[in-house]
Design a protein around this ligand. Structure first.
Ligand code: MN
Length: 714
């Protein structure tokens, strides 16, 4: 077990000015808080944070990182709050502990392969500070090292997660030793048989290998010293998982895998790197296509080295990596190697500058990276990520550009969901539709059939998909409205000239007119009229171009008085069950009013005539032609009605009757007043009324006037 003194000694080894008091305080506080807790192995829980802090000191990180490592499970597992950590250890440590705690809450159950990359990106984006990631990786490494105490299912899950997410992340950050160890540990739990098999085989050859390795090292050293520059040479067997990966990639057995040995040559400067390469190539034959110059073109994670594979002694393929000692530090510790210098600077500004120095460097390097795929890959790892990572209610991860809203999310699910999105819940709470999504949010979309895309949405959606769908919907809606408007305008133009629009539609002329006016279809033509590109009168004129077609569109007398009812509209105010598109006319004899009890009679070729129930004229009609009709609800169409009112012949009576109309909100259109032979006033009033009940009220009112004898419908 690692002790406080070990940690302090190690930190002192690379940073003598560190705040040892703070580290001491964090050690004591964490041990008190974890007091009594046990790990699965039975050891005191506190051994875990101490081990994590030990790994952090191996990475040579700063005081805040060491404290954060010691305290990383305190908020999650005890009653301590982030606020308390901040109060006791400062905002920096508080921030790091908070970050590690938040990362711990992410559930990395990957269902699909491509999600792993998204998870890695999300981790980086959420960490916001590279040290949070480093503590998290150290935490994972210790958990992997002690995985044997977990149940098999947990082992498989944690190992899978490590192989898919954390090991590649360590690689991305350039920390090779961590990547290799995480990979080998995952390998052991995920493929126990393959691992055991390979471990035995490598061990078998290893005595052989050891001799071979030291032989090659000696020869390398000798040939370089003869050329006049000193070099450290070392060799090793590649780590198990990388051999296994190679076997899988090349479909080979272990015995057939070449270059399982990697040699490293450390020299003084860059010039020596190339010189050493020349020397090696002159002695041992290089294998074509295996030379890589990561010095001229560093990897995005800052890795620099020359790689070559040669036919070494005994005709064996060996890989040789040549680099300077500085480059080696970067290769082993990656980002962490740059991080350790941070503490030397002072003041918040320079601290921040140092914090992101590696990133700037990373960005600068990226301009020189040759492989565009690699470039894009690495750009996405930056801390200034342009993306947000959110979850569906089922836990599926989705990636959006920063600033995306619930509407963007809804359209990514399905365009129907987007079109009817009426609200959203984020982590259970209702948010406005223009809410900007945050990393880690769980989004639930509420829909309503009444909701439709609004023009306002275009002000805040971010994704092209949402924008296109909303625009498309608005365009379609405008198109529909334009067709209807255009149709109304053309119909009005026909009526103004006393021509039948219905006949025009039924005639073959309609298509001809559409083509003549350069429209694809009649709807297109109406839309053009609606948009104002074509005048309604132009359509009329085109329809009347020759005399015969004009004749065909002259309406019959009946047509002038009938109304048309279509399935969905109740333009005529009459509903006939199961019958669409029927011509309706109201009988002149009884002039039914909305609200009157009515009956319909099918006429020969003229649709349906509607009579008031009990109309004497209707009684004469063929009862077999009778159909049930009723007034549509909520439809008010004004119908002409005539009232015959007989009065005493006295001045002022007509004025009172007229006032009764006004009080009822009705306008007399025509009045015919005369005095009969018997000295009674006989008055006929014509007016429009939309409701039988309303007419009743009026009639009662007139009946109640002084001097009025009778009131009846004419
Ligand atoms: Mn932990």
């Amino acid at each position: 077990m690692v002790h406080l003194t070990d940690i302090v000694d190690r930190v002192r080894g690379y940073h003598s000015q560190a705040d040892f008091e703070l580290i001491n305080k964090a050690f004591v506080f964490s041990s008190q808080k974890h007091e009594g807790q046990k790990r699965k192995s039975g050891e005191p829980y506190f051994t875990h944070p101490v081990a994590v802090a030990g790994i952090i000191t191996e990475m040579k990180l700063d005081t805040a990182s060491v404290c954060a490592a010691l305290l990383h499970d305190v908020v999650e597992d005890t009653d301590v709050t982030v606020k308390q950590i901040e109060d006791m250890f400062g905002t920096e440590v508080g921030f790091l502990v908070d970050g590690v705690t938040k990362l711990g809450k992410i559930n990395f159950t990957c269902k699909e392969d491509q999600q792993a990359e998204s998870f890695r990106k999300m981790l980086v984006a959420m960490a916001r500070d590279i040290r949070v990631l480093l503590v998290k990786l150290a935490d994972r490494l210790d958990n992997m090292r002690t995985l044997e105490h977990m149940k098999p299912e947990a082992q498989a899950r944690i190992a899978q997660e490590t192989l898919e997410i954390f090991a590649p992340l360590a690689g991305r950050l350039g920390i090779n030793w961590l990547k290799s160890e995480l990979e080998d540990l995952s390998f052991r739990y995920l493929f126990p048989e393959a691992h055991a098999d390979l471990a035995v085989k490598t061990k078998k050859v290893s005595r052989d290998q050891d001799r071979y390795i030291s032989d090659v090292c000696k020869r390398l050293q000798k040939m370089l010293i003869e050329r006049g520059f000193g070099a450290d040479c070392s060799g090793r067997m590649k780590h198990l998982y990388s051999i296994y990966r190679k076997m899988r990639q090349t479909n080979c057995e272990f015995e057939q895998v070449h270059d399982v040995l990697a040699f490293r040559v450390l020299v003084e400067n860059v010039a020596d790197c190339y010189a050493a390469l020349g020397v090696i190539h002159s002695q041992w034959t290089p294998i074509p296509g295996r030379f890589k110059d990561y010095i001229a073109l560093p990897k995005p994670n800052l890795y620099q080295s020359l790689h070559t594979t040669v036919i070494g002694p005994g005709q064996r393929r060996i890989e040789v990596q040549i680099r300077t000692r500085d480059m080696h530090g970067t290769a082993e510790n990656g980002i962490a190697a740059h991080w350790k210098y941070k503490e030397r600077s002072s003041g918040p500004d320079s601290k921040d500058a140092a914090r992101f120095a590696w990133l700037r460097q990373l960005m600068e390097f990226q301009h020189e990276v040759a492989d565009p795929a690699e470039f894009i890959d690495s750009v996405k790892v930056d801390l200034f990520s342009d993306e947000v990572y959110v979850f569906t209610p089922k836990g599926q991860l989705k990636v959006f550009p920063r600033g995306a809203t619930p509407i963007d999310f809804a359209y990514s699910v399905h365009s129907e969901v987007g079109d009817h999105c009426s609200g959203a819940r984020v982590n259970g709470a209702i948010v406005p539709l223009r809410y900007a999504l945050h990393n880690g949010d769980t989004i639930e979309i509420m829909t309503s059939p009444q909701q439709h895309p609004s023009k306002d949405w275009l002000d805040f959606v971010i994704t092209g998909r949402a924008r296109n769908k909303i625009r498309g919907h608005i365009r379609a809606e405008e198109h529909r409205r334009s067709i209807k408007l255009g149709r109304d305008l053309v119909e009005r133009a026909f009526h103004k000239k006393d021509m039948s629009f219905a006949r025009f539609l039924k005639s073959g002329e309609a298509d001809r007119v559409a083509t003549a006016l350069k429209s694809q279809s009649l709807d297109d033509l109406f839309a053009s009229v609606g948009y104002g590109r074509v005048a309604a009168s132009e359509v009329y004129d085109a329809a009347m171009q020759d005399g015969t077609s004009a004749d065909a569109m002259r309406p019959s007398f009946i047509e002038r008085t009938v109304r048309k009812v279509t399935g969905d509209s109740t333009a005529g105010g009459i509903r006939i069950d199961d019958v669409d598109d029927v011509l309706i006319r109201f009988a002149q004899c009884c002039s039914p009013l909305p609200g009157d009890a009515i009956t319909g009679w099918i006429t020969r070729g003229r649709g349906v005539t509607v009579h008031r129930r009990g109309c004497l004229k209707a009684m004469e009609l063929d009862p077999e032609r009778r159909i049930d009709v009723s007034w549509s609800e909520a439809v008010k169409i004004a119908r002409p009605v005539a009232l015959r009112v007989t009065t005493a012949d006295r001045p002022g009576i007509l004025a009172n009757v007229s006032a009764a109309f006004t009080e009822s909100g009705l306008n007399i259109q025509e009045a015919n007043c005369r005095v009969g032979a018997d000295g009674q006033g006989v008055n006929l009033f014509q007016f429009l009324v939309d409701d039988a009940a309303r007419l009743q009220v009026l009639m009662r009112k007139i009946q109640g006037l002084e001097g009025v004898y009778t009131v009846e419908r004419a």
